[in-house]
Design a protein around this ligand. Sequence first.
Ligand code: SF4
Length: 121
Amino acid sequence: MTKNITCVTCPMGCAITVELSDSGEVLSVKGNTCKRGEVYAVNECTHPQRSLATTVKVEGGIHNVVPCKSAGALPKEKIFDCMEEINKACAKAPVALGDVLVENVCNTGINIVATNHCPAR
Ligand code: SF4
C-alpha cells in the first residue's frame, strides 16, 4: 500500500510517497528533499499528531473566551476528545498569556495554554 503525503514541515511542501507493508510498517519513503520530511512522513503514517488552536471560556473577564493552543502536538485520534474537554473548561479572569488552562488534556501529557491575556471585568 502507498500513501501520498504533503510535507508541511516547511513551505516547500514536498510531495512524499510512503510505501507501507500490510501490517502498516514503513518500507520506503520517497520524494522528500530532506531528512525532516522523512521523519514527518513516517510519523504521519505511524502515529499522526496535530497541534490544536481554539478558545476556552472565561468567567469574569472583559471577554467571554480567551484563545489557546496545545503546548505540543496531540495524537490525531484524540483531537475530538481533547476538544470536548477544552469546551467544558472555564478559566477565571484574569488570564495571562501562557497560563495553563487545561492541564494534561485527555491524559496526553500536553497542557492547553493561553495565547493571549484576558483582564478581569
Ligand atoms: S521534505 Fe524537507 S524540504 Fe521538503 S517540505 Fe519537508 S521539510 Fe521542507
